[in-house]
Design a protein around this ligand. Structure first.
Ligand code: R5P
Length: 326
């Protein structure tokens, strides 16, 4: 008996799920998701999934508590409907930044969320650019944490005289990998947050004067980090500044911060849907949907993923880029 595949979209990013479904040529199975007056979420899968391998496509993006709860409830419905295997495709993993105790009496919410998702009945996770790789270890099920960078880098391939900049020391590995693809040097910004949410640049290490700069990060949230970094690079004589991030969280004053004239272009992926009122003409969205469709095919067929991942990297770089040893 051959296993059947089912695709389900939560409400968090239906446009992304639709693109994945179009790329696979498999229609999304209808679900009814609604909120009761008291704020509780209800989800109902409208077709049988008995014995199927179900892929639930749903980022836990803002409003994070609602989207997370919706994912858990959808998975519970699928488990109770006798789905054989449930893969949660979570393009953006919310709460990923609460990954350790930085001070006494703090939670490790990324671990708590991982436990909740697993306990709900998920067998496997597919995600992009977890805030830190260690989050994979918060799960006791397989986690495929893919890198969006090779796809984000495509619009940058023709730039000359580029320096890749990381806005904080934690992003140095990511910046090195993009620098390798673009054959560019890197610079590092020493960032501090003296007050909650307020970003201060202390120093810039590396040559940025007279260079086009690409600042790369995993998340652009309020945009403070990026705007602050861009202004500092301009002050130090950088030419055009392009910012590049996998996840466009875009909360609070993000639109105003990204509108800063120090930033020429903003390249983000479509892991999170950007509402119209937060869009700016300089925001360019690249899609991870067809890549995700390939990943889903590999998982369903039981094929190794390295082939797709390596293939994408090679296709992007055309410079003989190979995976860096960990
Ligand atoms: C932090 O470690 C992350 O990598 C991002 O730099 C951060 O989340 C960006 O936040 P914001 O846009 O609010 O400055």
């Amino acid at each position: 008996m051959t296993e059947k595949i089912t695709l389900i979209s939560g409400s968090a990013n239906q446009a992304f799920a639709k693109k994945v479904s179009d790329a696979l040529g498999i229609p999304l199975t209808p679900v009814e998701v609604k909120r009761f007056n008291d704020g509780e979420t209800y989800a109902h899968v409208l077709k049988s999934v008995r014995g199927h391998h179900v892929f639930v496509i749903h980022p836990t993006s803002p409003p994070v508590n609602d989207t997370l709860m919706e994912l858990l409830i959808l998975v519970d419905a699928l488990k109770r409907a006798s789905a054989k295997e449930i893969t949660a495709v979570i393009p953006y993993f919310g709460y990923g930044r609460q990954d350790r105790k930085a001070t006494s009496r703090e939670p490790i919410t990324a671990k708590l969320v991982a436990s909740l998702i697993e306990r709900a009945g998920v067998h496997r996770i597919v995600t992009f650019d977890l805030h830190v790789d260690q989050i994979q270890g918060f799960f006791d099920i397989p986690v495929d944490n893919l890198e969006a960078m090779p796809i984000l880098a495509r619009p940058l391939a023709k730039l000359k005289g580029v320096t890749v900049v990381t806005p904080d020391a934690g992003g140095a590995k990511r910046a090195r990998r993009l620098a390798k693809v673009l054959d560019a040097p890197i610079a590092l910004i020493d960032k501090r947050r003296p007050m909650h949410g307020i970003v201060e640049t202390v120093n810039v290490i590396g040559e940025v004067k007279g260079r086009h700069c690409v600042i790369i990060d995993d998340i652009v949230d309020t945009g403070h980090t990026m705007a602050n970094a861009a202004r500092e690079l301009k002050r130090r004589g950088a030419k055009d500044i392009i910012i590049c991030a996998t996840h466009a969280v875009l909360s609070a004053q993000a639109k105003e911060n990204l509108a800063d004239k120090a930033i020429k272009e903003v390249i983000v992926s479509d892991t999170i849907a950007i509402p119209k009122e937060k869009m700016l003409p300089k925001i360019k969205m690249v899609s991870l949907a067809s890549f995700t469709a390939e990943l889903i095919t590999s998982i369903f067929e039981g094929d190794p993923m390295g082939v797709i991942v390596k293939g994408k990297h090679e296709q992007v770089s055309k410079r003989g880029y190979t995976e860096e040893a960990p």
